[in-house]
Ligand binder design. Sequence first.
Ligand SMILES: *Cc1c(COP(=O)(O)O)cnc(C)c1O
Length: 228
Amino acid sequence: MDLRSRLADIDARISDAARSAGRDPSGITRIVVTKFHPVELVQELAGLGVTDVGENRQQELSAKRETYDGVPLRWHFIGQAQTNKAKAVRRDADAVHSLDRARLADALHAARPDDDGDRLDVLIQVNLTEDPGRGGVAPSGVTELAEHIAATCPSLRLRGIMAVAPLDEEPAPAFARLATYADRIRTVVPDADWISAGMTGDFAEAIAAGATHLRIGSAITGPRPVHG
Ligand SMILES: *Cc1c(COP(=O)(O)O)cnc(C)c1O
């Protein structure tokens, strides 16, 4: 299958999963994760009507974004961000899914504190495992981080929650927990209703659990090139 067919196939499967869950497929944003792929792939995807792309490294995000300056794409940053990269992430991302600590929120805000006309969309990444190395705030810290962002980072717009499914657990129960953590964020910011969950292997389960933003890479792009 070529890129166009893989994209159409995934979109059909997204629609099927939405309908089985009694949901309207138009309420789901499909982000194509282009990390590690050559910059030309983004052009091809844009030509096929893709509007939302995802990257997990700041340098790659910045390089690709610069190449497509003027192309109407939304760039989603989905990787672990070092605080010292916050300025570049703020400049080049339209949404940051991987906000997992107050210090990073502060750094993203400090990069453009007066920007209330163009607030940065952010999602709190929650860790669904016991392994701190997997990234994300522990579930017990979700509410406090949401309160911190809402109270002290006015140039950030808290939109919702993000998670990656554990490797050693079925995705459905993990995504069910995620939905309860999403509720915690809405007690702080009532309209923060984005749930970013679901990758190539588990997007149907994520849709069943209420995901609004899917981050799909290899099923659309093909296998990622080996990266040094
Ligand atoms: C790479 C990546 C994805 C996409 O993974 P696939 O399995 O290729 O669909 C989604 N989310 C995050 C955070 C990623 O790093």
